[in-house]
Design a binder for this molecule. Structure first.
Ligand SMILES: CC(C)(COP(=O)(O)OP(=O)(O)OC[C@H]1O[C@@H](n2cnc3c(N)ncnc32)[C@H](O)[C@@H]1OP(=O)(O)O)[C@@H](O)C(=O)NCCC(=O)NCCS
Length: 147
């Protein structure tokens, strides 16, 4: 089941996040994002959250802040469903542009974004920093309404 994400979902989001992200967000980061106006959707399977997408709507454009599917449920179409649902919602709201950053090495996610009509529009050097490594981000974007 796909439904709107709420602040009560944060404990379950943390479980998905820690299982699927190289540098998982903390409880505090999720809460701050939601307090700052981020919205999103979760995918539930047998009553448990198995995936989510979190976005921030700005003037005419949407930034995908976080997106993940638990590894036990990956490559079964859930990510594509979450992304498709989010895109339909923001198109209905009149948003014109959506963008995101993705690790250069994240070939699965990049393949999905390209399949969904996103194009690479830039790079951010050393965007992802952890104790022992740095990695560039590729910026992908999709125009939603062509004037
Ligand atoms: C990226 C992610 C959200 C995709 O979710 P998913 O549910 O696995 O994706 P889907 O099953 O809907 O797959 C859609 C497409 O993604 C690509 N893909 C996803 N998993 C893949 C895999 N294991 N191998 C190859 N391609 C894969 C394929 O292009 C696939 O299309 P196909 O099924 O027609 O081959 C998920 O892999 C994930 O959580 N990864 C870790 C966190 C992450 O990278 N988040 C995005 C950060 S920008």
């Amino acid at each position: 089941m796909l439904r709107q994400l709420t602040a009560q979902d944060v404990p379950q989001l943390l479980k998905v996040e820690s299982a699927c992200q190289l540098a998982p967000w903390s409880d505090e980061v999720f809460k701050k994002c939601l307090e700052a106006g981020s919205t999103g959707w979760v995918m539930e399977f047998n009553g448990n959250i198995i995936g989510f997408i979190l976005i921030l709507s700005q003037v005419d454009e949407v930034h995908i802040l976080n997106f993940g599917v638990h590894p036990l449920h990956q490559h079964q179409g859930w990510g594509k469903q979450l992304l498709t649902h989010m895109l339909q919602n923001i198109i209905n709201q009149g948003e014109k542009f959506v963008y995101l950053e993705v690790r250069r090495s994240n070939h699965h996610a990049i393949a999905l974004y390209e399949k969904m009509g996103f194009n690479k529009v830039g790079e951010r050097k050393d965007y992802y920093v952890s104790l022992d490594q740095r990695e560039d981000a590729l910026v992908f974007a999709k125009r939603l309404i062509i004037k």
